[in-house]
Design a protein around this ligand. Structure first.
Ligand code: ADP
Length: 490
């Protein structure tokens, strides 16, 4: 296409509650940490000769080591409140290889965890943070072309930017992109805090009444572009099943709503270099996984069964992840050959029903209730299949890791699972098995198909090779985000 060359570097400010390597609680931390790095590595031809100046801003959470930043603040700004102001100190950190700003202040330093159960305290913290970001760029005199904000914690930066653009020359022309990682979390608890910061409710008549003073919908109505983390989820959001009551509103914005898949950190997740696993392997020799399977069974105290595929499940024990569907399906399949290992924790009811399954099938099932990074690597490298029967899945990381490790996903055809797994009759075109209904029966049906396919070792190896060769790198995602930034400026 036509070149699009700017005189100056194209400036992007990433705004997030968490990011690797500073602080990571969930998938958002992966994205906000990996995307800036991947953007800065984009080749010149993709950038049409432009250069990028990408910076990141995070709250200086007490869990972040003070040594990552300079001792003295770079700038100190005042965040306006209805009565008085609150001081925000901005520290510069460069350990990530590009500028990262860490914002400190009373609402941030008094909270011991990144997210808390006290919703009013979280609202105060993140509204303060969002407003401090806007003060910061003005104090630095660094005007981004695009402010790219993630999830409800940063929503008020987008909302307030839209107001200031009309009133203040510094903010005029700054475009915004708001990315949804977790739609159900909208910032409840903010209703009472917003007036304290003199933020008026939204007047957008397209929003439901309850959304007018909730951060996430407030950003959805004022961001120039919206995105979420897979194309399928961007469409599912427009339905009542997935839209959390915002489906009608989101439909009104569908021409400015995009879906971009997350990437995978292929350095961390690399079966050729993985030091947690017994035998390293590559797409050329998926059979080399066998010692990993044997070691895993051994470690779990399961006796290897010749014909039985080993099924793995790794994830938060939450209704979202369909753990109950997996347990139900396995129980229905007592006649089939399989062994299974379930790793995760969360909802005590689901934990207990997983333990019950283990009691019913002591020779076939192991349940490990904890967070165990090493064991997760060993399961990806040793299990034959990964169960992922999610009720909804904006993108999903576990299936990407599994495919890269030749562990074939059996997953519900929803969100990012549907976009990343291909289930076709020809094994050389397939990377996994998909099912539609969120029921144990539908999962069991897909599992039966997978077990039949597993018996054909040539076809299975084709599937594994194909899965392992998929490109889920961040550079692909970064390229798509760059295109979106560019579209904002066309
Ligand atoms: P979500 O972000 O919704 O929890 P994802 O599939 O996107 O789900 O990411 C989950 C990540 O967390 C994966 O990397 C998975 O391996 C890891 N994980 C989840 N539970 C555990 C656990 N109990 N032990 C080790 N790793 C886990």
């Amino acid at each position: 296409g036509k070149g699009w060359k700017m005189a100056q570097p194209f400036r992007v400010l990433m705004v997030s509650a968490e990011a690797e390597p500073y602080v990571k609680v969930g998938g958002l931390g992966d994205v906000a940490g990996s995307l800036p790095k991947a953007l800065l590595k984009l080749p010149k031809d993709v950038l049409e000769g432009n250069s990028l100046d990408v910076r990141l801003v995070l709250p200086f959470h007490p869990v972040i080591a003070r040594e990552v930043a300079a001792q003295e603040p770079l700038v100190v700004v005042q965040v306006p409140k209805r009565e008085g102001t609150v001081e925000a100190r901005i520290y510069l950190s460069e350990i990530a290889g590009y500028p990262v700003y860490l914002i400190d202040g009373e609402p941030i330093s008094r909270a011991s965890t990144v997210y808390s159960l006290d919703s009013a305290q979280d609202a105060d913290k993140y509204i303060f943070f969002s407003l401090a970001v806007l003060e910061m760029i003005q104090a630095l005199g660094w005007k981004p072309h695009v402010l790219h904000a993630h999830d409800w914690h940063t929503a008020i930066a987008v909302y307030e930017l839209a107001r200031r653009r009309d009133q203040d020359d510094f903010y005029r022309g700054i475009k915004s992109l708001f990315t949804i990682h977790n739609l159900p979390y909208m910032g409840a608890g903010a209703e009472k805090v917003l007036p304290e910061y003199a933020i008026p409710p939204s007047e957008d008549i397209r929003l439901p009444w309850w959304g007018k003073s909730l951060p996430l919908p407030m950003a959805l109505s004022t961001a120039d572009f919206l995105s979420t983390v897979s194309p399928t989820y961007s469409r599912e959001m427009l339905t009542s099943e997935f839209g959390c009551g915002l489906e009608d509103f989101l439909r009104s914005r569908s021409s400015t709503l995009f879906g971009i898949l997350n990437g995978l950190d292929t350095q961390i997740w690399n079966p050729q270099e993985d030091s947690f696993i017994l035998r390293k392997f590559s797409a050329e020799n998926p059979r080399d996984r066998l010692p990993n399977k044997q070691a895993l069974l051994d470690q779990l105290g399961l006796v290897p069964e010749e014909e039985a595929p080993l099924l793995g499940l790794i994830g938060r024990f939450d209704r979202q992840k369909g753990i109950d569907l997996a347990i139900g399906a396995l129980r229905m399949m007592a006649e089939q050959p399989w062994q299974a290992v379930l790793l995760g924790s969360g909802d005590p009811v689901l934990e207990e029903s997983a333990r019950n399954l283990e009691r019913e099938f002591p020779e076939r099932v192991r349940v490990v209730i904890k967070f165990d990074l090493r064991l997760s690597h060993q399961i990806y490298a040793g299990a034959d299949m990964l169960l992922m029967p999610s009720r909804y899945e904006p993108c999903g990381l576990a299936q990407l890791i599994a495919m890269r490790y030749g562990c074939i996903p059996v997953a519900r055809a929803t969100g990012g699972l549907r976009d990343t797994i291909s289930d076709l009759p020809d094994p050389s075109m397939s990377t996994g098995f998909l099912f539609n209904e969120a029921t144990p029966e539908a999962l069991a049906e897909a599992l039966r198909r997978a077990i039949v396919a597993y018996e054909d070792s040539t076809g299975w190896e084709m599937r594994q090779r194909n899965a392992m060769q998929q490109d889920f790198s961040w550079s692909r995602s970064a390229q798509e985000y760059y295109r979106l930034y560019r579209l904002l400026w066309l």
